[in-house]
Write a protein that binds this ligand. Structure first.
Ligand code: M6R
Length: 359
């Protein structure tokens, strides 16, 4: 039940720190190791490539976890859209391992890929919020998101739970493989820090609501830009904004702007930059300057260690592989407030269903 909350989406945004803490509890074994099925671990460590297959926000969560899995397991990761992969299957590696990310566990586009993968006898893992769901039953292994029911059509806590479960999974695999980056990655401690950082951002609602009013009122379109993981968060941020507020929003790789997209910038176009990586931050700032000089109104969402005094939204520092878990929070709230301010139903956007059971 949504209790005193006006909308499920707001409740679900607020629940994210608790979900992080619950995942730490659920996945921590008594000896402090990660709870993962031994057979699952064996199949992953002998695979030569991980294929993540998903749709919508779950696809964006796969992208956000790609670097983190590659760095901690040293297994290459490809992230694919189910509706593309199923009909144009790429040439697979010798020993592929499949991960299906799906909040509902019922998405038809993802299921049709799993059916094909099962026919080819490749091992698969479904990461889902719903125990006993179709994709969970049909995949060889399941890991649960433990996020509690997600009712709002716009997915929020499932996105962060998926990244967190992938972080736990990657740490577990990397440790068995004795990868140095995995040993140094104290995932339980880092997720606890993420939970507190999320709380800090969630407590900024008044600031974020005002910022949304100042920058997004009356706009037809808006852009999020970033590089690396910040680009992947930009993709999720723009999906969230467009699906409920109907503002035409796009997430762009900041460096690609000058290769065409910059033509869309007009006087007053909102451009929101996400900056959490030291090695790309200066370049993204340069890209923000380029759009500003063409009339854009820019907002910066930035990690504390990289922040400048004029930046509007400052994120507490967290582990460099987990920044998406925190940088996405203000973007969820921006989508929420933009929708409220336009007078639309936050939980039930037009033309959309919570679970998409047709291909
Ligand atoms: O249940 P799933 O995770 O498989 O759903 C995938 C997408 O349909 C879903 O994430 C959709 O994009 C959301 N409405 C996004 O907020």
């Amino acid at each position: 039940e949504k209790g005193t909350y006006p909308y499920y989406m707001l409740k679900e945004i607020d629940e994210q720190p608790a979900v992080m803490r619950r995942l730490v509890q659920e996945y921590q074994a008594e000896n402090g190791a990660i709870k993962l099925d031994q057979e699952l671990v064996d199949e992953v460590i002998t695979s030569d490539r991980i294929y993540i297959v998903a749709c919508g926000t779950s696809y964006n969560a796969g992208l956000a976890a790609k670097q983190l899995i590659e760095k901690t397991t040293e297994i290459p990761v490809e992230v694919h859209l189910s509706s593309e992969f199923g009909y144009n299957m790429p040439l697979l590696s010798q020993k592929p391992f499949f991960i299906f990310l799906t909040q509902s566990g019922e998405t038809a586009d993802s299921r049709q890929v799993l059916v094909q993968i099962n026919r080819l006898n490749h091992p698969s893992l479904t990461i889902t919020n719903v125990a006993g769901s179709t994709l969970s039953r049909e995949a060889k292994y399941t890991l649960l998101l433990h996020a509690g029911p997600e009712i709002a059509v716009a997915s929020t806590k499932a996105y962060t739970a998926q990244i967190a479960v992938l972080a736990l999974f990657a740490k577990g695999i990397g440790e068995v493989k004795q990868i140095a980056a995995a040993k140094d990655f104290d995932v339980f401690h880092e997720l606890a820090l993420v939970a507190s950082a999320m709380e800090t951002m969630i407590s900024e609602k008044a600031v974020i609501s005002q910022l949304t009013e100042d920058y997004l009122t009356g706009t037809r379109n808006a852009f999020y830009i970033g590089r690396g993981n910040d680009y992947y968060v930009s993709c999720e941020a723009s999906l969230k904004l467009k699906e409920i507020s109907y503002i035409q929003a796009e997430g762009f790789a900041a460096g690609e702007l000058k290769h065409g997209t910059i033509a869309l910038i007009e006087d007053g176009t909102p451009v929101i930059g996400v900056i959490t990586e030291a090695h790309t931050g200066a370049h993204t700032r340069g890209n923000l300057k380029e759009v500003e000089s063409r009339g854009a109104k820019t907002v910066v969402i930035v990690s504390e260690e990289l922040a400048r005094p004029t930046d509007q939204l400052v994120l507490p520092n967290v582990h460099p592989l987990l920044t998406s878990l925190v940088s996405v929070i203000p973007t969820q709230l921006i989508a929420y407030f933009a929708t409220l301010q336009r007078g639309y139903d936050v939980d039930k956007p037009r033309n959309l269903a919570k679970s998409v059971t047709v291909e």
